[in-house]
Each structure stands twice: as C-alpha cells, then as structure tokens.
Design a protein around this ligand. Structure first.
Ligand code: F6P
Length: 320
C-alpha cells in the first residue's frame, strides 16, 4: 500500500507536461495519497528540492506549455552513489513511489532508482515521439502543430520569391516530427535518419516541380540527419534555384499544448497513479491503438522503433 508519492519532470520539456502533472496530483489526492513535487528533475531530487502539493497546486496549469516543476538533464544520475543519495532523500520524506515524466534518459533514471527500492513509473513526455512502446508521446502533437504553422509561413515567402525552403526540425534520432509535419505541410522532400537520402532524387523532384509550374519547394529535414545550411547550398548550386535554410530550434518545445496532448497527458497521468496504487513498480504508461497501457520499463526501453514507411511513401506521392 503506497501512501505518499513524488513527481518530477526530467530531460527536455514538452507541451502537455503540466497537464500530466495536474492529472497525477489530482488523481493521487482523490485516492487519498499525499503528493510531493520535485523541482528540476533528478538534479533537484539530489539537492532535496521537494515541496508538498495539493489539488490547488496544479490549478491553472492545464493549458500552459513548459513544466511548472522545471526540468533538467542530470548526467550525475548515471553514478550509482548519486542515485543512492536520491533514494535516501525520498526515504527521508517517507515517499513510497516516484512518477517520472520525460523521455528515454529519464526512464533509465527511473528504472535504476526502482532497483534501489523506490517504486517508479514513467510517463512519456517528449516532443520527439521516439519511445517505441507507445504510439505517441506527450508534446509530439503540439510540436507538430508548431512546425506546421512554421511551414505554412515559410511557404508564403518561398512562393513570393520562388525559392526552395529547407526547414530543419527537432526529433533527435527520430524522424517522426519531420515525417508528420512534412506530410501535413505538403513538403516536396522529407529527409529522416530512418531512410536513405538520395540527393540526386531530391534535385530531380525539385526541378520536375519547377518544370510543371511549382512556385516553391519545401524540404523538411530531421535534425538526426542535420546540415540544413549545407543542404541549402547544395540545392542552390545544382538546381540554380535560390534556397534558404531555417532551423526551427527550441520554438518547437514551447507553446500551449493541443487538445490531443492535454487529453493524452490526462489519461496517462491518471493511469500512472492507478499503476502505483496496484503496488507495481518499474513500469511505464503509454498509448497503443488508443488504449492506455502500462508495461515493464526494461521491455519498453528494449523495443525497437518502427518507422512508418507507408506514411513516408504516401507523403512522397501526395506532394508530387
Ligand atoms: O528531446 C527533445 C529535444 O528537443 C530534441 O528534439 C533535441 O535534440 C534536444 O531535446 C535538444 O536539447 P537541449 O534543449 O538540451 O538543447
């Protein structure tokens, strides 16, 4: 029987993390659990940055981007002594279980902490959508909408100048942001780490487009491939078309979460508390075929990511 839980956000922030925090806190309070917030992720945990939370602590955050708990990347947590210190601090506060909202690095931290006797559950919060065990991560949908908006704005100026626009998007080693936003933005080229990049084919696509009356070309490039400026120079030199590169950067991590992200975050937050109340540990929650699931953290992290080849092919055909 757990009585007291703690919650933290870790790694890169993602829109919808606040909605997940709210869901965890409110569901825990509803079930009679005490809740403590941890500021600045695992780094804050080591420094004992804990504070008591109640249902009012999470008022007026559901619609806000970022994370009210703040976040950090904590290299030190790879050190077992440091993790033991974190476990001792949780024990000192009488905390039985920890909810970690973050990506794969944060889940690894949660998993290692669970080996020291702290019940832990992970909620997937990252714009990258790079966790294989879940169809979607919190923040991905909002980031897609931000990128989509940027593509539309860049298309206006690209059309006016009859230019090619290379747009580099985030995602770490995962091409999902580029794929989904590229498809939605009608991009003529989508370049992702999961697929071979044929530069000559891209030049042919751009020139064929020009010859059939296209006024612009949008090329979405995943940061996992990178090199937006070099690619823009290459396109300009070979095709003779003026080309500009835009690296969207951290703008993709900000802004109010979309309804999809808020609903997903709320469902996952509620599930995380349910899992802990069943006395389970070292689990992650996720969504598959629109069902909220939980899974062993090791198994989840070991899963190989499947890139959606079919969607990639469809995107190519539709932008011809
Ligand atoms: O994981 C989210 C993410 O935004 C990645 O897409 C990107 O590679 C990375 O974080 C950037 O990290 P930082 O904010 O530490 O520069």
């Amino acid at each position: 029987m757990i009585k007291k839980i703690a919650i933290l956000t870790s790694g890169g922030d993602a829109p919808g993390m606040n909605a997940a925090i709210r869901a965890v806190v409110r569901m825990a309070v509803y079930n009679g659990l005490e809740v403590m917030g941890v500021r600045r992720g695992f780094a804050g945990l080591i420094n004992g940055e804990l504070f008591r939370m109640d249902r009012h602590s999470v008022s007026d955050i559901i619609q806000r981007g970022g994370t009210m708990l703040r976040t950090a990347r904590c290299e030190e947590f790879k050190n077992e002594e440091v993790r033991q210190k974190a476990a001792n601090i949780l024990q000192a506060y009488g905390i039985d279980a920890l909810v970690v909202i973050g990506g794969d690095g944060s889940f690894t931290g949660a998993k290692l902490l669970s080996k020291l006797g702290v019940a832990a559950v992970g909620i997937p919060g990252t714009i990258d959508n790079d966790l294989s065990y879940t169809d979607y991560t919190i923040g991905f949908d909002t980031a897609l909408n931000t990128v989509h908006d940027a593509i539309n704005k860049l298309r206006d100026t690209s059309t006016s100048h009859e230019r090619v626009s290379v747009i580099e998007v985030m995602g770490r080693r995962c091409g999902d942001i580029a794929l989904y936003a590229g498809l939605a933005g009608g991009a003529e080229g989508i370049i992702v780490p999961e697929k071979n990049f044929d530069k000559e084919e891209l030049i042919r696509t751009i020139l064929d487009g020009k010859n059939t009356g296209k006024m612009h070309n949008i090329i979405v490039l995943a940061e996992g491939v990178g090199g937006a400026n070099e690619l823009a120079s290459f396109i300009e030199n070979i095709s003779g078309l003026e080309t500009r590169a835009t690296i969207l950067g951290h703008i993709q991590r900000g802004g109010s979460p979309t309804v999809n992200d808020i609903v997903l975050a709320s469902r996952l937050g509620a599930k995380a508390v349910e899992v802990l109340m069943k006395g389970e540990t070292a689990r992650v929650v996720g969504i598959r075929d629109n069902q909220i699931i939980d899974e062993d953290i090791d198994e989840a992290l070991a899963k190989k990511r499947n890139f959606d080849d079919n969607l990639y092919e469809i995107a190519k055909i539709l932008s011809l």
